[in-house]
Design a protein around this ligand. Structure first.
Ligand SMILES: [Zn+2]
Length: 208
């Protein structure tokens, strides 16, 4: 099934919707001030609006978990991003709390990260999916319900670093679904910076 229009399609994205997404796709790598953000680059595909916004909301809240295949299949058709993804050692999805996981049934960032690693490793065998380095210690008020200042406060001290040896000298790509103020990925990157990593970049499907 095509994740966008619902018609039958073997790759979760029909040709018509592929062209529709292609028109809206930006494939941007935005350089950040590392000292302020704790990471170097933000990679994203779309602006968070229109059909993209709708698809991500369905993905997150309407149990349409197969949409991760639509996004990943679309994304890996872009050679520029595909090559870029191959340059990392480790992919880390932003974790959700145990409570949220239980409610939703899946971590949307983990599904994307898993599929990315699976597909990229068909060419490059050494990309590592790391799910045991960051843990979200408590369930907090959803960031989407807060303004910028309160998002910052809300997220502080929420993530804990574990098994950090595996991250030493690694090029890390942190994955989340949407980037709004960046406070979530910034907090995760800050925690990851406790290790001597080579670099941290961030990838999200969309930027608000
Ligand atoms: Zn379609």
């Amino acid at each position: 099934m095509c994740g966008i229009c619902g018609k039958f399609s073997p790759n979760y994205l029909c040709q018509k919707c592929y062209l529709l997404l292609k028109k809206q796709a930006k494939f941007i790598i935005e350089k950040k001030q590392e000292d302020e953000n704790y990471f170097e680059n933000h990679l994203y595909i779309f602006q968070y609006q229109g059909i993209i916004r709708r698809a991500i909301l369905n993905y997150k809240f309407k149990e349409e978990s197969y949409l991760y295949l639509t996004f990943v299949n679309f994304l890996l058709k872009n050679d520029f991003f595909f090559e870029n993804f191959k340059s990392y050692d480790t992919i880390i999805p932003v974790p959700i709390s145990k409570k949220r996981k239980k409610e939703r049934g899946y971590n949307q960032s983990l599904l994307i990260a898993k599929e990315l690693v699976k597909q990229i490793n068909q060419e490059k065998k050494t990309l590592n999916l790391c799910t045991d380095a960051l843990e979200k210690m408590k369930n907090i008020v959803p960031q989407s319900t807060l303004d910028k200042e309160n998002r910052l406060k809300n997220i502080q001290g929420v993530y804990k670093l574990k098994n950090k040896e595996q991250l030493e000298n690694k090029k890390i790509l942190l994955i989340d679904d949407i980037y709004t103020t960046g406070s979530t990925v910034r907090e995760c990157a800050k925690v990851l910076q406790q290790v001597d990593v080579e670099k941290i970049d961030v990838f999200t499907i969309a930027k608000d």
